[in-house]
Write a protein that binds this ligand. Structure first.
Ligand SMILES: O=P(O)(O)OP(=O)(O)OP(=O)(O)OC[C@H]1O[C@@H](n2cnc3c(O)ncnc32)[C@H](O)[C@@H]1O
Ligand SMILES: [Mg+2]
Length: 199
């Protein structure tokens, strides 16, 4: 069976990728299957740089095709922050602390000015391909004034989607995959990768 590794240790991302690849004849693994894989230092200044670092660190180790996702939240009123620093916005990787910091930074900003975007850059690297495939997906929303919903991960309870009148944490995994930055990026990747990959 063909095998692809998703270069993530984030269980929320891992679940979304597994569902999106459900219908493919591919064995999908993530770094959660390799708990001893060392921490990858994300020293890039852009989502693409960080996704490239992650994809190549994992490809070099396993010599298999690898997809890495580097993603984050860009808030207009905060000049695009937390951006590439989304995972560690409040210091360490703690979703509750990150959400609390976001609410405090936006204190007093009215809802119509709390516009934001989730962005996901995917880098697909393969030992047999010279060049990586790179795609980006995004979704627009507003940062709510109170967290709502228990599904998803990260900033989902604060990411309000006006078209649905719900936050990303109040919809199902399948609904999130249909509209999310990551879902949109994977849809772009799906159009490209089967013609690109050399197994
Ligand atoms: O690097 P990996 O192991 O993939 O996992 P990570 O959580 O560190 O992932 P990133 O470095 O790409 O950091 C992205 C952060 O942006 C936030 N984020 C990204 N996608 C999100 C989503 O779909 N819903 C909510 N928050 C998201 C969340 O806080 C993530 O930790
Ligand atoms: Mg990370």
């Amino acid at each position: 069976m063909k095998e692809i590794i998703i270069a993530t240790k984030n269980p929320g991302k891992a679940r979304e990728f597994k569902r999106l690849f459900d219908d493919q004849e591919i064995e999908l693994k993530t770094l959660l299957d390799f708990p001893n894989f060392p921490e990858i230092r994300e020293t890039g200044k852009t989502f693409q740089e960080n996704a490239t670092i992650k994809a190549h660190a994992v490809m070099d180790q396993f010599n298999l095709p690898v997809i890495a996702d580097d993603s984050g939240l860009k808030v207009d009123a905060l000049y695009g922050q937390p951006g590439v620093h989304s995972a560690r916005y409040a210091g360490d990787h703690n979703d509750a602390a990150n959400n609390a910091k976001l609410l405090s930074e936006l204190g007093g900003v009215p809802l119509e000015k709390r516009t934001a975007q989730f962005v996901s850059t995917l880098v697909f690297a393969n030992p047999k391909n010279d060049q990586d495939l790179v795609v980006e997906g995004s979704v627009n929303g507003l940062i709510a004034t109170l967290p709502q919903g228990d599904d998803g991960f990260g900033y989902d309870p604060l990411f309000y989607v006006p078209e649905l009148d719900k936050t990303m944490a109040q919809i199902t995994l399948d609904q999130k995959n249909q509209i999310s930055h990551r879902g949109n990026a994977i849809k772009k990747l799906e159009k490209l990768w089967q013609d690109w990959i050399i197994w």
